[in-house]
Design a protein around this ligand. Structure first.
Ligand code: PEP
Length: 252
């Protein structure tokens, strides 16, 4: 049985004070959410303060990115996965489409970040997803397969239970346009098949695959009814504690 995951990606929003306030506001609203894992991903500067305030709660904290290099060194502006772990985080998002698009992250880079995360004891939320042009050209499955294989290369069988995959069609992120539950289910089932072929049916069966792209309180229940959708990575609608809590509590 795969435990669902509802993760909020706060992107580059909120000061330290605003992040702590939002986390504190969220805490009681999701305190009874035992049906799923709840994760929030604030900006780097707020990680430690938020993690400290959430200690002992059922909300886990994730970073939004990490360095490819595993150990400390002369890499100005970078933050290593072990430093993220040191703040009290348990997860890190890697390969988000905004990083692939604006910071030119390749599958090779994403794979190095996923490996660094694993070595640091973090669970990597590895994002994949096609653009609208690629979908319209009928290439969505091929693109996602290539991203998946490339982004997870270098991980061994024993690493796989420390990976979560997020399918986030680029055309649905921040656009208000969600994939239909059927479109998302088709891709999630495909990702699981690719994973089974590459690794093992058992690992594929255990893999949690999140959907991301304009998830809101009014569309989460339909998405969660799909067989291969194991949760959501939520951007805009995670910024306010009450709307994110409504998404987390989709089963009520
Ligand atoms: C995201 O940032 O991962 C995301 C899915 O954003 P939104 O929910 O705003 O589309």
């Amino acid at each position: 049985m795969r435990k669902p995951v509802i993760a909020g990606n706060w992107k580059m929003y909120k000061t330290v004070g605003d992040s702590v306030a939002a986390a504190v506001a969220l805490k009681p609203l999701v305190a009874n959410a035992n049906h799923c894992e709840v994760i929030i991903a604030p900006v780097f500067t707020a990680l430690k303060s938020v993690a400290d305030r959430l200690e002992g709660s059922n909300i886990k904290v994730s970073a939004q990115n990490c360095a490819t290099e595993k150990s400390e060194g002369a890499l100005t502006g970078e933050i290593a996965a072990f430093m993220i772990h040191d703040t009290g985080c348990s997860h890190v998002i890697v390969g988000h489409s905004e990083r692939r698009q604006y910071y030119f992250e390749t599958d090779q880079i994403v794979s190095k970040k996923a490996q660094a995360a694993r070595e640091a004891g973090l669970i990597a939320i590895v994002c994949v997803g096609e653009t609208l042009d690629q979908r319209d050209a009928g290439k969505a499955l091929d693109v996602v397969k290539e991203q998946l294989i490339g982004s997870l290369s270098g991980l061994t069988a024993s690493d796989l239970d420390r990976i979560i995959v997020a399918y986030e069609p680029v055309w649905a992120i921040g656009t208000g346009r969600t994939a239909t539950p059927e479109q998302a289910q088709e891709m999630h089932a495909f990702i699981r098949r690719v994973f089974a072929e590459r690794h093992s049916p058992g690992a594929a069966d255990a893999l949690r695959i999140l959907y991301g792209g304009s998830v809101k309180p009014d569309n989460i229940a339909g998405l969660m009814k799909q067989l291969d959708i194991d949760g959501a990575l939520v951007g805009g609608a995670s910024l306010k504690a009450d709307s994110f809590a409504e998404i987390v509590n989709y089963n009520r």
